[in-house]
Design a protein around this ligand. Structure first.
Ligand code: SF4
Ligand code: SF4
Length: 160
């Protein structure tokens, strides 16, 4: 299973910037629907919804929203679907920003941790502590999406 996810990450993940709707701010006015030439915006219940597969990140729809409910987000395409059925438990202390460290939690205690990029290169390697945590030093790691692997646990880490 782990290999399947890794292959999907390396070969299939689209990695792109998209725009998404904040459902708390959206009041369903519909102003943004006609703004997308790709037809990526539809109404989903009372709120607008952007199809991440169709969105190309042009940002045009942002100008049509009177409630600033549309914002930019990094999209990997596999983060939720592929890790959900793997009982994924790895998580991170914060949204990683290039140059900062981020604490990995939920790993198997004292397990080997590997962070790999899309080319399969290991960019960070270390061991989790007794609590299953490890501070990942991202200071020399370029922005992008990475796989973080600990035994049978796996997660996608994106840095911006
Ligand atoms: S960012 Fe561009 S492609 Fe994406 S939903 Fe908005 S208008 Fe459509
Ligand atoms: S314009 Fe803004 S508030 Fe109106 S439906 Fe679109 S996202 Fe929601």
């Amino acid at each position: 299973m782990l290999k399947i996810i890794a292959v999907a990450f390396l070969l299939l993940a689209p990695f792109k910037w998209i725009y998404v709707v904040d459902n708390v701010k959206c009041n369903g006015c519909g102003n943004c629907l006609s703004s997308c030439a790709l037809g990526a915006i539809t109404m989903s219940g009372p709120d607008a919804c952007i199809d991440p597969e169709l969105c190309d990140g042009c940002g045009n729809c942002v100008n049509y929203c009177p409630r600033n409910a549309i914002y930019k987000e990094w999209y990997t395409g596999i983060e939720e679907e592929e890790t959900a059925d793997n009982n994924e438990t790895l998580s991170f202390s914060q949204n990683p920003v290039v140059g900062n460290g981020v604490t990995l939690t939920g790993a198997t205690p004292q397990s080997e941790i590997k962070v790999i990029d899309r080319s399969g290169r290991v960019v960070i390697c270390g061991s989790a502590d007794e609590q299953g945590q490890l501070l990942l030093d991202m200071s020399d790691v370029p922005g992008g999406a990475y796989l973080v692997i600990s035994d049978d646990r796996i997660s996608v880490l994106t840095t911006i």
